[in-house]
Design a protein around this ligand. Structure first.
Ligand code: ADP
Length: 453
C-alpha cells in the first residue's frame, strides 16, 4: 500500500467449484525481508571466514618463508661442521642438532603444505606413472623405519590395475608415505600391509583403492572423523609418546579430496587400524609403450623436492684444491647464507664467488666468466628476478638457478618465467646442490685455483 517493495514467498492453489472447475486462487504471501537479511548475513559471514582463512594461510606461508631463511644457515653450518674433524662427543651433539633441525623443517613443510592447499595454491600434476612402482617405492623406503622395530612390511598390488595411469604421482606418494609411516609409528609388533586394488573403472577413469592395515594401537571409538582435522591427535598422550603434530592426516585428506577421491578409517582399539583412500586416475595415452614412457617421465622443472628429515644424510668429500668443476657466482644478501653457499660449493669442488645483491651480480657477470649463477630472489637494491632478466639480456646462455625461501608453486613459476633455469628451495641440502650442479654443469672443467671470497 505504501509503495515499498519487499521480497515475498508466495504459496497459491486453485479453488474449484462443485464441478471441479477452477474459479479462484487462494494465496498466502509472506514477507520474507527478515529471512533474506539473515541469508545475506550468513553469506557475508562465510565470505568473511573464507577471507580470514586465506589470510591465515598466507600468513603461515610467509612465516614458513621467514623460518626457512635462518634454517638454511643453521642446517648448512651444521652440515659443514659435521664434515670437519670432530671428537666422537662433538659429532654426536652436532648430529642431534642437525636431526632436530631437519625434523623442525619437516614440520614447517607440513604447515606450508596445509596452508598451500587451503589457500588453493596447489595445482595437481597429470603425468603418467606406474602405480605398482609407486607402492613398491614407498614400501621400499619405509623398510628403514619398519625393520628396526621388527615389523613385517608388505604390499600387494592387484593384477588388474593398469600398468600405466595418469595423475599426480608425487601427491599420491605423499599420502601413501604418510599413512604407511603412521601405521609403522603406531604399531609395536605384527605387520603393516599396503593393498592396492581397482575399485571401479568407467570409460575414462580407473579408481584405485589403497588400504593400509596395521596391527597397532588402533583408535578409541568415535575418533575416526576428527583425526582428519588439523592438529588433532587421538589422545593427548600421543604427542608425548609418539611425537608428531597431528597435521599428517589433515594433509592426506585435503590431498585425496583435491585428487577427487575419498579417505576413511576402520579401526578397533588395541587391534589395529585400516586407513584407506581412493583416487580416480586418467588412462595413459594409448600410443605410448609403458617401458618407453617411464624413463621420459619428467619432474616439474627443477622443482627440487624440499628436503625431508630422512633424506638429509649426505656425505661429501672435499676435492683437492687447485682444480675446480666450474666457477659459480652466488648472489645472496644474507651473510650467513652466503657463507654456507660458498662453503658448500667449495666442498663440492667448485670455485665460488659471492656477491651481496642483484646489482653486484649483474656487474660480476660482465667482468668475469661464470659457469652458473645461484641467485637469491629477494635482495635489496636489485632483486634476483630483475638481475636475472638483465643478465639474460646480455648473456642468454648463462645458467641461473634461483635459490629462495619462497616455496609456493607461484614463486617457482615466477622464477622460471623470469628466465631462470631452475629452482632450489632453502634450506639447500648439499646433496640437492650437487644434483642441480651435476645436471647443469655435467662436464668437469678445470678452471684454475680455488677462490673463495
Ligand atoms: P601425527 O602422527 O603427526 O600426530 P597425523 O595427522 O598423521 O599426525 O595423525 C593424527 C593422529 O591419528 C595420531 O596422533 C594418532 O593419534 C592417530 N593415528 C594416525 N595413524 C594411526 C594408526 N595407524 N594407528 C593408530 N592411530 C593413528
Amino acid at each position: 500500500k505504501n509503495g515499498r517493495e519487499f521480497p515475498i514467498s508466495l504459496d497459491s492453489s486453485a479453488v474449484r467449484d462443485e464441478n471441479g472447475r477452477k474459479f479462484a486462487l487462494v494465496g498466502i504471501a509472506r514477507d520474507i525481508t527478515e529471512r533474506k537479511r539473515h541469508e545475506e548475513e550468513l553469506i557475508q559471514a562465510r565470505e568473511g571466514a573464507d577471507a580470514a582463512n586465506r589470510a591465515k594461510s598466507r600468513f603461515l606461508a610467509n612465516m614458513s618463508h621467514e623460518i626457512r631463511t635462518p634454517m638454511n644457515g643453521v642446517l648448512g653450518m651444521l652440515q659443514l661442521l659435521l664434515e670437519t674433524d670432530l671428537t666422537a662427543e662433538q659429532q654426536e651433539y652436532a648430529d642431534v642438532a642437525k636431526n632436530s633441525g631437519w625434523t623442525l623443517l619437516a614440520l614447517i613443510d607440513d604447515i606450508l603444505d596445509l596452508s598451500k592447499i587451503e589457500a588453493h595454491k596447489i595445482t595437481l600434476e597429470n603425468l603418467e606413472f606406474n602405480p605398482r612402482q609407486t607402492v613398491e617405492d614407498v614400501v621400499g623406503l619405509l623398510h628403514v623405519q619398519a625393520d628396526p622395530k621388527g615389523l613385517a612390511l608388505r604390499s600387494h598390488v592387484a593384477a588388474e590395475i593398469p600398468p600405466l595411469l595418469r595423475g599426480d604421482e608425487r601427491r599420491l606418494r605423499q599420502v601413501l608415505t604418510n599413512l604407511v609411516g603412521n601405521a609403522i609409528k603406531f604399531t609395536a609388533q605384527g605387520e603393516v600391509a599396503v593393498y592396492a586394488s581397482l575399485e571401479s573403472q568407467d570409460g575414462t577413469k580407473s579408481t584405485l583403492k589403497f588400504a593400509i592395515t596395521d596391527t597397532g594401537i588402533g583408535l578409541p571409538p568415535g575418533q575416526e572423523t576428527q583425526l582428519f582435522s588439523p592438529f588433532v591427535q587421538a589422545d593427548v598422550s600421543t604427542t608425548r609418546k609418539y611425537g608428531g603434530s597431528g597435521l599428517g592426516l589433515a594433509i592426506c585428506k585435503q590431498l585425496v579430496e583435491l585428487m577427487g577421491g575419498t579417505i576413511g578409517i576402520e579401526s578397533r582399539q588395541d587391534q589395529g587400524s585400516t586407513f584407506w583412500f581412493t583416487v580416480p586416475l586418467d588412462p595413459a595415452a594409448p600410443a605410448e609403450r609403458p617401458d618407453q614412457k617411464k624413463d621420459e617421465r619428467k619432474p616439474a622443472p627443477d622443482a627440487i623436492s624440499r628436503p625431508i628429515a630422512a633424506k638429509a644424510r649426505s656425505s661429501v668429500r672435499a676435492l683437492a684444491t687447485g682444480e675446480s668443476k666450474g666457477h659459480i657466482l652466488v648472489a645472496e644478501d644474507n651473510a650467513t647464507n652466503r657463507l654456507v653457499a660458498v662453503a658448500q660449493l667449495r666442498k663440492l669442488g667448485y670455485r665460488a664467488t659471492a656477491v651481496n645483491n642483484g646489482a653486484e651480480a649483474l656487474e660480476a657477470v660482465q667482468q668475469t666468466h661464470y659457469d652458473l649463477v645461484l641467485m637469491d630472489c629477494q635482495m635489496p637494491l636489485m632483486d634476483g628476478f630483475e638481475a636475472s632478466r638483465r643478465i639474460r639480456a646480455i648473456q642468454p646462455n648463462l645458467t641461473i638457478i634461483a635459490v629462495t625461501a619462497d616455496a609456493m608453486p607461484d614463486d617457482q613459476d615466477r622464477c622460471l618465467r623470469e628466465g631462470m633455469n631452475g629452482y632450489l628451495a632453502k634450506p639447500v641440502a648439499i646433496h640437492q646442490l650437487r644434483e642441480v650442479l651435476a645436471k647443469w654443469l655435467p662436464a668437469s672443467v678445470p678452471t684454475g685455483n680455488l677462490v673463495v671470497q
